[in-house]
Design a protein around this ligand. Structure first.
Ligand code: PMP
Length: 406
């Protein structure tokens, strides 16, 4: 098994060690192998995929479809027809809301989500509920970010048509009991949509084991370029859905009045596809598999433990979510007494430390925990213990800078 430090050399941006990058939940860094794969695609196979009958276009098509197979295998999908490339998790979830939700949710029905959802898994369902006269029901977590069985069994009912839930919260880092919730939701006849933006980079995902009907992920949070994401959907559901966007090679036959659509998955991929970044996503998947989820999880737990132990020694810091570092998926959200998170992030930026401050695209959760905004440090496998120590040291000086004295 390789050590996490063996991989750091592949990340050019981290090489100088000048910056401490602790905003991995927002976007990860990309290794040389991913960037080279993208460059190689454009240098050797650049043509419009899925259209041309000449070598370059066919090579581009092969590269694109190979990336689809890599995604299918990565998340345990039965077939490549169940994998649709999108720009990101947000687009994947909107696709489900527009193409499945608007058609299948009716007046008086209910959609169940959690108050922890990222806006990307909330606003599309608000839209469906409003347009179709359905009710949006919120599951609420306890202090540690846990959704209890009682909570979901009391709110998922025969009226529930869709349960949309984040696999891992981008604020608490908690992993939701998706498998149990999916089982229960299915027993009530609901369809289960999982936002996997924060889980796919950090843990082995098997969509069949999870039992979900849809699963969305973003490449840019898992070492791939920005602008490529994926949606898994069960074939029988995708088959019965209308396209989300129309135009380009997603058709079978077009007349002046009407059109029939291509087979899965191309029915959902309108316009010129992002083959270059799909190739980057395949390289990212290979890279992650080479590092191994065991190594990734072990390093994240080690760093999160060090981080939370250090924060616990600062009485003016409040950490949100579980007290157990193993239940944070590398994400630690906190506030500092008397210092606004934006000021905190700015002071840390002067020390070349990158963290996130704000509402984390989860405003209803901020309202629920009674914080206007929070600070969030999030680590990935290429971060080091030394970086955590430096971070804690710099953090401990922030209140001094803000005029609180030593
Ligand atoms: N869901 C969760 C849980 C997220 O953390 C994010 C990214 N912050 C998203 C959805 C949206 O991802 P993207 O911006 O890549 O669409």
């Amino acid at each position: 098994m390789s050590a996490p430090s063996d991989f750091r050399k592949d990340f050019e941006i981290l090489k100088s060690g000048e910056y401490i990058y602790f905003d991995n939940a927002a976007t990860s860094q990309r290794p040389r192998q991913v960037l080279e794969a993208v460059t190689n695609f454009y240098n050797t196979a650049n043509a419009n995929p899925l259209r041309g009958l000449y070598d370059w276009s066919m090579a581009a098509t092969d590269a694109y479809e190979s990336a689809r197979k890599a995604v299918a295998d990565f998340i345990g999908a039965d077939s490549t027809e169940e994998i649709i490339f999108t720009r990101n998790t947000t687009e994947s979830l909107n696709l489900v809301a527009y193409s499945y939700g608007l058609e299948n949710v009716h007046e008086g029905d209910e959609i169940v989500i959690t108050v922890m959802e990222h806006h990307s898994n909330m606003l599309p369902w608000q839209m469906v509920a409003k347009k179709n006269g359905a009710k949006l029901i919120y599951l609420e977590p306890d202090e540690e970010g846990v959704i209890s069985r009682e909570e979901y069994t009391s709110k998922i009912t025969d009226k529930t048509k869709i349960v949309a839930i984040g696999h891992v919260s981008n604020v608490f880092g908690v992993t939701n009991p998706v498998k149990e919730i999916a089982e229960y939701a299915h027993s009530k006849g609901a369809v289960v949509v999982v936002d996997g933006a924060q889980s796919a980079p950090h843990m082995a995902v098997d969509v069949k084991e999870l039992g979900c009907d849809f699963f969305a992920l973003s490449g840019h949070k898992m070492l791939a370029p920005m602008g490529i994401g994926a949606l898994y959907g069960k074939r029988e559901l995708l088959d019965n859905m209308q396209p989300f966007l129309r135009g380009g090679e997603m058709i079978e036959y077009v007349t002046r009045e009407d059109a029939t659509y291509a087979e899965l998955p191309h029915k959902f991929e309108a316009g010129t596809v992002n083959a270059g970044d799909a190739v980057g996503l395949e390289a990212a998947i290979k890279y992650i598999q080479n590092v191994g989820f065991e190594t990734i999880e072990a390093q994240e737990v080690k760093l999160t433990t060090l981080l939370m132990d250090g924060l616990a020694k600062m009485p003016y810091i409040k950490v949100y979510g579980s007290k157990d570092p193993k239940k944070h998926c590398g994400i630690v959200t906190f506030t500092m007494d008397g210092v606004h998170p934006h000021d905190l992030a700015s002071v840390l930026n002067d020390d070349r430390v990158c963290i996130r401050a704000g509402h984390h695209c989860a405003q209803p959760l901020m309202q629920f925990i009674g914080a206007g905004s929070t600070a969030r440090a999030s680590v990935y496998f290429y971060n080091t213990e030394d970086e955590v120590k430096q971070f804690l040291d710099r953090l401990s000086k922030v209140r001094e800078v803000m005029g609180y004295g030593a």
